[in-house]
Write a protein that binds this ligand. Structure first.
Ligand code: FAD
Length: 404
């Protein structure tokens, strides 16, 4: 790590933080990125959920100079989706007929690690297994002071103060820095995901499509991972389910019987559970204010806008907001004082369009009018400032790590 004041400090090394770091470092900014993700810890979870990369993400990877690297990384091609949604007949969406070609089922750890390596190669200082937290603004200056705490196997090994002119919150759904800076996070639902990997003795399962199946109190999805394991995930609202059995391998496997097509497919191919069951926060949320020119910070990725996994928008949006957020800082540095507020307005527009699409998609499923899960979604509105719809939702009480 360098000494002295950084131009930009980034908290979080998922796709959003990495994309911002690549753009800024290539422009010559002094960048520090810290990532608290514990993938490298001995005994740490090597699997990260969130694996479907839609074909449209290719142009973002190209813009980042990352497409060739990602395509060479051994992810699995995804030819489309198969949805049992709104009726018993399957709906197939074949990427073959789309502009951008195939999607990818990612090994998320490998994908995230490759983007961080590209950021490092561009000149960013990357500190893995380390957490950034805000201390204060250095007195009499416009410089932020932060604590950088590095861990090894979960134990604190070093704590130091670093200084930076700009902050980027890329910490994912918790949005820790933005909230510490006073930004409010609005949550639109209480969706939780329970997921587990399956394995089979033979390799007869070759369906690379994303399966989606609606059930009376939520929906399931499933994908074939690059490791040949099959991921299954159940999504429902926090107050509608008993999460204890769903966080066990036996309980989640038994619950799959709710989704008859996916259940039959997994059994036909001899799948059995091969990992622990885990939980994750999957709610839609956004920051009321995603950037502040006066305080020289902005949020990117899930920290700024978090999407329902049904939309498959999370990774693309994280790459996009990482890129655009970094460009807004560069424009600001070039004297364009409106760049930050334009960035924040743009995010508000993205969020409005996303909400409209999500409501329309959930509205296509009408089979369970008496179910609270579907009733809530049928009553949802896009008026982001009328809190009525959001207030009907219970809060998600736990963050992902505590859930699993
Ligand atoms: C069940 C589920 C399925 C999903 N499926 C898909 C899908 O198929 N397709 C898709 O596109 N999206 C999917 N998503 C969403 C996708 O995973 C996220 O949108 C994406 O990971 C967000 O990227 P990010 O960089 O904003 O944050 P993250 O990937 O969450 O990365 C944030 C990082 O910041 C670190 N961090 C947090 N606080 C600090 C701190 N203070 N200092 C330093 N580091 C910190 C965290 O440890 C983490 O490593 C899914 C999500 C869920 C829950």
């Amino acid at each position: 790590m360098r000494t002295g004041v950084y131009d930009v400090a980034i908290a979080g090394g998922g796709p959003a933080g990495a994309a911002a770091a690549i753009v800024l470092a290539r422009t010559g900014y002094r960048v520090l990125l810290a990532d608290a993700g514990g993938a490298r810890r001995p005994g740490g979870e090597s699997f990260k959920v969130g694996e479907g990369l839609p074909p449209s993400a290719r142009h973002l990877l190209r813009e980042l100079g990352a497409l060739d690297r990602v395509l060479a990384d051994g992810h699995r091609a995804s030819p489309g989706t198969l949805a049992f949604w709104g009726g018993d007949a399957p709906h197939a969406n074949d990427f073959l007929f789309q502009l951008h070609g195939e999607g990818l089922q990612l090994d998320r750890r490998r994908f995230d690690a490759s983007l961080l390596e590209l950021a490092q190669a561009a000149g960013a200082d990357i500190v893995r297994d380390a957490k950034l937290s805000l201390v204060a603004q250095a007195e009499g200056t416009d410089i932020h002071r932060l604590t950088l705490r590095s861990n090894d196997a979960g134990a604190l090994v070093e704590s130091r103060i670093i200084e930076s002119r700009w902050l980027i919150d890329a910490s994912g759904r918790p949005a820790t820095l933005a909230r510490a800076l006073g930004a409010a996070r609005s949550q639109h639902d209480a969706l939780l995901a329970f997921h587990m990997r399956l394995a089979a003795d033979d390799d007869s399962d070759r369906d690379g499509r994303t399966w989606v199946e609606a059930v009376d109190n939520g929906w399931w999805y499933s994908v074939l991972l690059p490791t040949r394991e099959r991921l299954i995930a159940f999504l429902s609202d926090a107050d509608l389910i008993d999460r204890r059995p769903l966080l066990t391998r036996v309980g989640l496997w038994a619950a799959l019987a709710q989704a008859p097509r996916l259940f039959a497919y997994c059994h036909e191919h001899g799948h059995v559970p091969s990992s622990q069951a885990r939980g994750a926060d999957a709610c839609s949320s956004h920051l009321e204010r995603a950037a502040s020119g006066a305080d020289r910070w902005l949020a990117v990725g899930d920290a700024a806008l978090a999407f329902d996994p049904l939309s498959s928008k999370g990774i693309s949006s994280s790459l996009y907001t990482g890129l655009r957020g970094a460009q807004a800082i560069i424009e600001c540095g070039n004297g364009d004082t409106g760049a930050l507020s334009r960035y924040a307005d743009h995010l508000r527009d993205i969020h409005r369009v996303y909400r409209e699409q999500l409501i329309a998609f959930y509205g296509m499923e009408q089979r369970w009018p008496a179910s609270d899960f579907w009733k809530r979604r049928a009553a949802d509105t896009v008026d982001l400032h009328a809190a009525s719809a959001a207030q009907a939702w219970p809060a998600v009480e736990k963050q992902p790590a505590e859930c699993g």
